[in-house]
Design a protein around this ligand. Structure first.
Ligand code: TYD
Length: 407
């Protein structure tokens, strides 16, 4: 089901050159959640569950990239993929912002490829605005069908150096929240080399590890997130490729993300990025260990609030069957006894069960109808929007990040 991961996928530590294999120090273990189910393994009663795998974070002794100690077989991880790009206002607002930023940054705007294009939502913002040629690429068949039905031509498959659409080089290539899911970064970079020309712009959006560490959002650690990107790691990665970092922009989406713009080394556009930006990050070992300590504290706090409420005969539920919800549910050891149900507006998740805890996933209409005493917002990154939408809820919200607190 999974294989061990022992070398750094950004700088190659323990693989080539830097600390020769066999002589290199092992990566530093900084955070552990033990054996965990796969966070998006939402299944109906009759479907078989994928099983459990170790969930622990290692930090590279050389470049500081944090990465999981195992790689779960992507066929198992993504065979039943229920993550659909959120159509929430927060996300659509973010798309509007990045579309304008990308258009401003790009020197050519005729063709665009999005890697991990999901249901084609972002590409539909770019189609004829001003991109005439729009292409998606995603391994999930259900999502490709949705995108194609909306008129967004989508190639169904993984983006690899071998199977990328290299017939035509694109002016702009976008990969949002994709790199953290990819094991072989060298192959990914070779693919990017094949689909770009001299003046192409590559736009890579990733959750930013500094925000994660500052916010205490350890719940973003799950098997799909193989790495926790830093600017320094990206700089190491691109050193042996045709690219350099052109610019880095910071956004609040998903608890804090960065857009890393890459350009080819022969590009005529002068880079804005200064290496000092990467250096300023420092070496993150102690920060990760602090996150591990904070995690234990936060789990204890949520457990205490929930078990006290349940003991007093109150009903507690969850909102947002996010991958983060699975991490919390299992880390806290919650079952149906503590959490009656988790509401979610994604049809693919409704009528399934939360991985590991087997708590039922219900429609988001259930909250106003059922009026429980407490509701844990597991989609805390969308809390202001959800709170507004669920204004008829008379109970109390529990928001677990950045501190576990009752609203
Ligand atoms: P999200 O935070 O996007 O991702 P992850 O799975 O990576 O942790 O997940 C948010 C979940 O919350 C998603 O399943 C959709 C759901 N949701 C609602 O049910 N209602 C809402 O209003 C919003 C914004 C999200």
């Amino acid at each position: 089901m999974y294989k061990p991961h022992t070398h750094c996928r950004a700088c190659g530590y323990a693989k080539r050159g830097l600390g020769k294999a066999g002589e290199a120090k092992p990566m530093h273990k900084v955070l552990s959640l033990g054996l965990q189910p796969l966070a998006n393994d939402f299944r109906t009663e009759l479907e078989e569950r994928a099983g459990h795998a170790p969930l622990e974070v290692l930090v590279c002794p050389n470049c500081g990239l944090a990465q999981l100690s195992v790689v779960v077989d992507p066929k198992i991880l993504y065979s039943n993929y229920s993550y659909i790009t959120s159509h929430s206002k927060t996300m659509l607002d973010h798309f509007n912002v990045i579309v304008e930023d990308i258009k401003r940054e790009a020197t050519a705007t005729r063709s665009v490829l999005e890697i991990g294009s999901n249901d084609g939502t972002l590409l539909s913002f770019l189609k004829n605005n001003p991109f005439e040629e729009v292409l998606g690429c995603d391994p999930a068949e259900n999502l490709c069908k949705i995108a194609n039905s909306k008129g967004i031509v989508t190639f169904c498959g993984m983006f690899t150096a071998e199977n990328c659409d290299c017939q035509k080089q694109k002016d702009v290539v976008i990969a949002r929240h994709v790199m953290c899911h990819i094991d072989d970064w060298q192959d990914f970079m070779r693919g990017l080399e094949r689909v770009t020309h001299k003046e192409s712009l590559v736009c890579i959006e990733v959750p930013y590890y500094k925000d994660m560490l500052e916010r205490g959002s350890w719940d973003q650690v799950y098997h799909e997130h193989l790495s926790y990107m830093s600017i320094n790691a990206m700089d190491w990665l691109v050193r042996e490729t045709a690219f350099h970092i052109h610019k880095v922009t910071h956004y609040p989406i998903h608890g804090g993300s960065v857009m890393i713009y890459l350009r080819r080394n022969e590009s005529s556009v002068k880079p804005v990025f200064k290496y000092a930006e990467a250096l300023a990050e420092g070496y993150p070992l102690e920060e990760w260990k602090e996150l591990d300590r904070r995690k234990a504290e936060m789990i204890g706090q949520l457990r205490l609030i929930v078990t006290t409420a349940v003991t007093e005969g109150k009903r507690v539920v969850g909102y947002g069957a996010s991958a983060k919800s699975t991490v919390w549910m299992n880390a806290c050891g919650f079952t149906k006894r503590e959490i009656a149900w988790i509401a979610d507006n994604t049809p693919q998740k409704q009528n399934t069960f939360s991985p590991g805890s087997d708590v039922p996933i219900v429609t988001d209409k259930t909250l106003a109808f059922d009026q429980p005493d407490y509701c844990i917002c597991f989609a805390w990154n969308f809390f202001p929007e959800i709170q507004k939408k669920e204004a008829n809820f008379k109970g109390k919200w529990i928001v677990p990040v950045p501190e576990v607190h009752i609203v």
